[in-house]
Every structure is written in structure tokens, then in C-alpha cells.
Write a new protein. Structure first.
Length: 394
């Protein structure tokens, strides 16, 4: 059964003009301004979401993700097309939306529930559960204008999920709050999934999107560009759109006498992936083409964190794996086993150069992003094998 259906859905806004209007300006630039002021946040979006599905929505900032959720929940009216949602909706679309700053947390619980269409008696029965989940018992009678951003989110999320909705819309709010509360929220989302609830989940935390979602929508410039399996869509987003928009420090150059034609990142099962686990193998297959016979080429790589910190770099020369020559098409395989990187987003750079480093045949800087998940509670960038030993004093 269909939970959400959108047909030719679009939302148009008008940009505000800058400066003070004048009669002369209005007469001379009226037609130009009329066209320029129109901005389509979404245009001709079509999709259906089956009941019980969890759908991730990814895309660059300003692509139309939040507008999509606003249209689904009904807080925004479409300019064209239609969207229909079946069942009761709870939404977390904006930090503290529906809260009055001068009212206490207690009063805002009832206010927020009323906005969601929840009877007051239902809220009264669930009030203790809401406060306990939020962990704000000692602050519940304090005006929310004195709350931190994390406290806002904890209370808003608690109200939304305790109302037992059929459809839950989440827009990036899990990025706020401490780790313990985030884990509680994720556990509740898992519980919702087991109970057959429908979830639309907007997040830049791509590892969570891949873990929780059945499908992912990629939205860019107001259009639904792609939908499909989480790994495939996230990989397309990282490789194509973030690179194209300059959000990655990508640089590619070289003589192309030996050219990198294709790169595949494979997980422990030999499947192409974008997310890998600490302690498991990561394999990189580099397909190349040599335009002529090249003697003693060197293949290299390096890894950086999402903020540009240089983690590790090596090449076939350093590893004492000399290659006599290459000609035509071929593939070289790099295996990192075990992968000791810890949770985070990383970028792989690849290069092919001459033995004396004088000629760069082909270099791809930060062109291959991937995600690492770590199930342990260790902290840091990479894992160190450690052991503790307690001995009596001498």
C-alpha cells in the first residue's frame, strides 16, 4: 500500500528585490525582474513510497530536500502538482519548530502536540514517557528560550515519536545532541521500522543513510535526479555531484601516457561499495590504459580525512613492488587488510608516475570518497592494536 505519492510536484518562490524600488526602475526593469525573481525549489518531482519503507533523501545544501519534506507534511503548499500522504504524520523539519520561547518545556509539549493534532488527554497520558525519553525532567518547567539547541531537539524529537505516527519525517535533527541521545533516537527509529512505520530521513550523515534506508533519493537543483539502493545512490552523489559542485578538493592532471580509466572500491565480499568496516579488508582496483610501452611506472595512493588531514600514503616503489613495464590495458589491485581507519569520511587519491618522479602520468587527488563505520567505542582516526597489563609494584 502506498504511504506517500507525489505527482509533478513543484514549489516556486519569488526572490526579494534588493534596494529601494523606484518608479523609473520599476518601468525599465519590470519584465527582467519578474523572470529573475522566480525560483523553483522543486520542479516536476514524481515518486511513490510504500508503507513501511525508510527513504533517505540526500543532496547538496539548497537542493530542495527540506522543501520536499515540508510539502509532504503540509506546512508548505505546492505551486504545481500534488502530494498525498496516508496516515498520521509527525515531523522534525526545523529545530524547535512549533515551540514558543517564553513557554516552559511542559507547556510546549502540549502546544507542539496540539499542532500535530494530538488530543490533550493522549498527551497527558504520555507526558512522563516524553520527558523521560528527552532526559529533561529537571528542566521541564524552565522557559525553552533558555534551552540549548540539543535540549530543543531532545524535547521535539520525544514529542514526535511518542505520538506514534504512521509517517515520520526527519530533517537533519539527529546531528544535534549528545551521543547517548542519538543512540536512543536511532534505537527508536529501528523500533519504528520493525513496526512497519514509514520514514523519510534527510541527513548529511551518509553512513546512517546507508545503514537505515531501504532506498535513497538524490535531489539536486530541485529535481529528483536518482533513486535506488543506498550504496549506489550515495556513491553517485559523492562521485558526481559533490565533485562537480566543488565541495571536494579535486585535482586531476598528468600527461595521460598511462591513464586511470576506472576505479572500483570493493568490500570484504568483493562487492563494489562506498561504506567499509574497521577491521575488514578494503580493495582498490585501478583499471589503466598505457598509450605506449612505459618502463618502470610507479602506482601510488594516499588517504585523507574529510577535513584534509593526511593519514597515509605509499606506492609500489616504496613497497618494493617494482613493475617492469606496462602497455595497453591492465588492472592493478591494492588491498588494505585490515582497514585500521575508524569511523568517518575519507578521500582516496591515486597516481601513476615515472620511477624518478619526474613525469606525472595521471594523478587523481581526492577523487574517490568513501565512508568507514566502526562498531567499537574507540576514539580517533585509526585503530592501534593495544594491550593492558596490570602488575604489582616492584
Amino acid at each position: 500500500m502506498t504511504a506517500i505519492e507525489a505527482q509533478h510536484l513543484g514549489k516556486c518562490y519569488r526572490r526579494q528585490s534588493l534596494g529601494l524600488p523606484t518608479l523609473l526602475g520599476a518601468l525599465s526593469r519590470a519584465e527582467v525582474r519578474r523572470a529573475a525573481e522566480i525560483f523553483w525549489a522543486l520542479r516536476d518531482v514524481n515518486f511513490t513510497v510504500a508503507r513501511g519503507q525508510t527513504i533517505g533523501v540526500v543532496g547538496p545544501n539548497g537542493s530542495g530536500k527540506s522543501s520536499l519534506l515540508g510539502l509532504v507534511t503540509g506546512t508548505i503548499t505546492p505551486t504545481e502538482g500534488s502530494v498525498r500522504a496516508t496516515g498520521r504524520i509527525s515531523s522534525l523539519l526545523e529545530l524547535g519548530a512549533g515551540f514558543h520561547p517564553d513557554l516552559s518545556g511542559r507547556e510546549n509539549v502540549f502546544l507542539n502536540a496540539a499542532i500535530l493534532g494530538i488530543p490533550r488527554e493522549d498527551v497527558r497520558q504520555r507526558f512522563d514517557a516524553i520527558v523521560n525519553f528527552a532526559g529533561l525532567r529537571e528542566f521541564i518547567d524552565m522557559p525553552v528560550k533558555h534551552y540549548s539547541s540539543g535540549m530543543y531537539v531532545r524535547l521535539a524529537f520525544s514529542v514526535a515519536i511518542e505520538m506514534d505516527p504512521d509517517i515520520l519525517l526527519i530533517d537533519e535533527v539527529l546531528a544535534v545532541g549528545d551521543m547517548a541521545f542519538q543512540m536512543k533516537c536511532l534505537d527508536r527509529i529501528r523500533d519504528f521500522q520493525k513496526r512497519g512505520k514509514t520514514i523519510l530521513f534527510v541527513s548529511h550523515a551518509l553512513d546512517l543513510v546507508e545503514e537505515f534506508c531501504d532506498e535513497v533519493f538524490l535531489i539536486h537543483d530541485g529535481h529528483l535526479i536518482q533513486r535506488g539502493k543506498p550504496g549506489e545512490v550515495i556513491f553517485a552523489y559523492l562521485r558526481s555531484y559533490m565533485v562537480r559542485l566543488g565541495q571536494l578538493n579535486v585535482e586531476e592532471h598528468g600527461t595521460r601516457e598511462v591513464e586511470i580509466r576506472q576505479v572500483r572500491l570493493l568490500d570484504a565480499d568483493g562487492r563494489e561499495a562506498v561504506t567499509f568496516a574497521t577491521g575488514q579488508p578494503l580493495t582498490v582496483e585501478v583499471y589503466y590504459r598505457a598509450q605506449r610501452r612505459v618502463e618502470k611506472p610507479v602506482f601510488g595512493f594516499n588517504l585523507k580525512t574529510g577535513n584534509g588531514f593526511y593519514v597515509f600514503g605509499s606506492n609500489t616503489q616504496i613497497a618494493q613492488y617494482p613493475i617492469a613495464a606496462v602497455a595497453g590495458d591492465g588492472v592493478i589491485r591494492l588491498t588494505i587488510n585490515p582497514l585500521t581507519l575508524m569511523a568517518g569520511r575519507f578521500f582516496l587519491s591515486l597516481s601513476i608516475h615515472s620511477w624518478d618522479h619526474a613525469v606525472q602520468y595521471h594523478r587523481q587527488e581526492d577523487l574517490h570518497p568513501f565512508i568507514v563505520k566502526d562498531a567499537s567505542e574507540h576514539k580517533g582516526v585509526f585503530h592501534l592494536n593495544t594491550a593492558w597489563e596490570l602488575k604489582p609494584a616492584p
